[in-house]
Design a binder for this molecule. Structure first.
Ligand code: NAG
Ligand code: NAG
Ligand code: NAG
Length: 358
């Protein structure tokens, strides 16, 4: 299984390999970067001291497993961890655009938290985001105009503005806020972002999706962006701009990826246990506890926000020591945050006096 999927990925990467570039961010150490290092810094001059991350640098090819949740297309998809033999598969088929196989598609006004947390199947919620100014304000041109210079990532090596990240087509840029505020972020997998606080006036998280343990945004240009199959405690995701195709599989063995983040999001290897759903812009999708989910952007620009929430998510205030060797850090460890203060999850979910709500 592994060799077959790697061949697919390798073939797909050929053009990328030929076009290896040397981006501005290669001035940082390779281990501080997310995305496809081989492609983005593979073209850097190994003798130019300005570029710390180049093909002969430490950690260039040895950054461990590909990160989840921050992975562009053309990345290794952990097929080796998938239990391909544990599933039966549909013959390859075309998923009708806009269709959703969930049993439960419900209006926002009919949802409450007790019901949602107790309903152990995926849910598509319609009508929850109609009042969000983000629905228009976060369209590509407007987003760049209003927020292009705002910091999306605040890292040890400096702040990265949104506009810079969006230049890289095919990259899914995740930005997180965790609760409690002194819990750990993680380079590549769960990077800190103040951006949800910057834009907090543009959206309002429904009360049934709070309290959250993590709050995050995913944004990027190019079709196909999203995550390979991953699972965690129950979560939600609002597609604010752009449509997203999901494949959800009940808790149990890890399914192999079915869409592989290819533009078009063709469903190539879907288990009979899995459900496919096209989330339209404005929809909120509910992923129950530990359901596997793979996502794939159907439009060439997409932005959405989501979070992890479960019963009593706000009762356990214990935090772990951060494993610095694994790239974990607290926002207060970042020099910029020490000097300027950095917002946390509570700053991103305040009730806005300027709310657009009628
Ligand atoms: C919660 O929502 C469900 C589903 O719409 C509904 O059946 C139930 O009556 C609601 N409960 C309360 C207390 O509103
Ligand atoms: C997406 O494609 C449309 C139509 O081809 C184009 O007008 C638009 O500029 C593209 N947007 C981005 C962010 O690439
Ligand atoms: C975040 O919220 C806290 C508590 O409401 C407040 O004290 C703090 O000033 C806020 N920080 C920022 C950077 O907005």
């Amino acid at each position: 299984m592994r060799s077959r999927i790697l061949v697919t990925v390798a073939l797909f990467s050929l053009t990328a390999a030929a076009a290896a570039s040397c981006e501005e961010w290669c001035k940082h150490a390779c281990e501080e970067l997310n995305g496809n290092i081989e492609q983005e810094c593979g073209g850097c001059d190994t003798s130019d001291p300005a570029f710390t991350c180049h093909p002969e640098a430490a950690n260039f090819a040895n950054r461990g497993a590909a990160p989840r949740g921050a992975v562009p297309q053309m990345y290794e998809h952990h097929e080796d961890r998938a239990n391909t033999a544990a599933f039966d598969y549909h013959p390859p088929h075309v998923h009708e655009s806009g269709a959703c196989e969930f049993e439960m598609i419900i209006d926002h006004r009919e949802v409450n938290r007790t019901w949602l947390l107790g309903y152990n199947k995926p849910v598509l919620v319609r009508g929850a985001t109609e009042d969000w100014s983000a629905r228009t304000k976060w369209e590509y041109d407007s987003m760049l105009r209003v927020y292009g210079d705002s910091a999306y990532h605040v890292e040890h090596s400096g702040n990265v503005p949104l506009g810079q990240l969006l230049q890289r087509t095919g990259k899914y840029n995740m930005g997180h806020m965790v609760w409690p505020a002194d819990d750990c972020y993680k380079e590549l997998f769960r990077p800190y972002s103040p951006f949800l606080s910057t834009t907090a006036a543009d959206y309002e998280v429904p009360s049934y999706l709070k309290p959250m343990r993590t709050f995050q945004m995913g944004i990027g240009t190019g079709e196909g962006i999203g995550v390979p199959p991953e699972n965690h405690p129950s979560s939600w995701f609002a597609a604010v701009v752009g449509r997203k195709r999901w494949i959800l599989t009940p808790p149990g063995p890890q399914p192999p990826p079915a869409m592989l983040n290819y533009p078009g999001c063709l469903v190539q290897k879907k288990a009979t246990a899995s459900l496919t759903c096209d989330q339209l812009a404005g929809d909120i999708l509910w992923v129950p506890d530990w359901w596997w989910h793979e996502t794939c952007g159907l439009d060439n620009f997409s932005v959405g926000i989501g979070g992890i929430t479960y019963e009593n998510a706000d009762k356990d205030t214990r935090t772990r020591p951060c494993a610095v060797s694994e790239g974990e850090y607290r926002s207060q460890d970042i020099k910029y945050c020490q000097e300027h203060g950095c917002p946390g999850l509570e700053n991103a979910t305040i009730k806005k006096p300027t709310s657009q709500r009628a």
